[in-house]
Design a protein around this ligand. Structure first.
Ligand code: K1U
Ligand code: ZN
Length: 173
């Protein structure tokens, strides 16, 4: 297993659109294991492959308090999204920023497992938010894109400043 480097906003690599996975098996399983380790180490509830520089449609999610209910979603797509809910979102690619975002309340998501099997999941609450947030990542969108231009610009400057301070302090990003 390996810890992967999470790319931070406003890095342009976060704007890449991920390509569908067409080959299933050990390589996707290994990527998912490394992504899960990275998500757990960062105390996140989700992570998309784009965030670690891999432009493939792979997502890991675990919203459980016990941290033992890992979902690995390959080629996830929303087939239904109804209602609306507003909740605070964070992002491992936008550290220390939490802002309210409006999302669909209930979603139905079809996806494949790393072995290629087809699955459907129905979700509401945090899981529904997380699914929408992670699928956005696969399409090159970030939660800050759902905020006003003014807020997004403030966050962009804050992130750039923090990155500069990290470099000056000689810390790895
Ligand atoms: O994709 C990511 O960057 C992970 C992100 C997922 C997410 C969290 C909350 C709402 C939507 C999507 C995080 O894990 S942020 C950190 C976190 O653990 C968290 C933040 C707010 C609420 C619950 C958890
Ligand atoms: Zn995110």
């Amino acid at each position: 297993m390996a810890l992967l480097k999470v790319i931070h906003f406003p890095d342009s690599r976060l704007r890449r659109v991920a390509q569908p996975v067409t080959e299933f098996g050990p390589s996707v399983q290994q990527l998912a294991r490394d992504m899960a380790e990275t998500m757990y180490a960062a105390n996140g509830v989700g992570l998309a492959a784009v965030q670690v520089g891999v432009t493939r449609r792979v997502v890991v999610i675990d919203i459980s308090a016990s941290r033992d209910e890992l979902l690995v979603l390959v080629n996830p797509r929303l087939v239904s999204a109804v209602g609306s809910q507003e909740s605070d979102e964070g992002c491992l690619s936008v550290p220390e920023v939490y802002e309210p975002v409006v999302r669909a309340e209930k979603v139905v998501c079809q996806y494949q497992s790393p072995d290629g099997g087809e699955h459907t999941i129905e979700a509401d609450g945090l899981l529904a938010v997380c699914l929408q947030h992670e699928i956005d990542h696969l399409d090159g969108r970030l939660f800050v894109d759902h905020l006003s231009r003014l807020k997004r610009e403030r966050i962009r400057k804050k992130c750039l400043k923090r990155e500069r301070q990290r470099v000056e302090a000689g810390q790895a990003a």
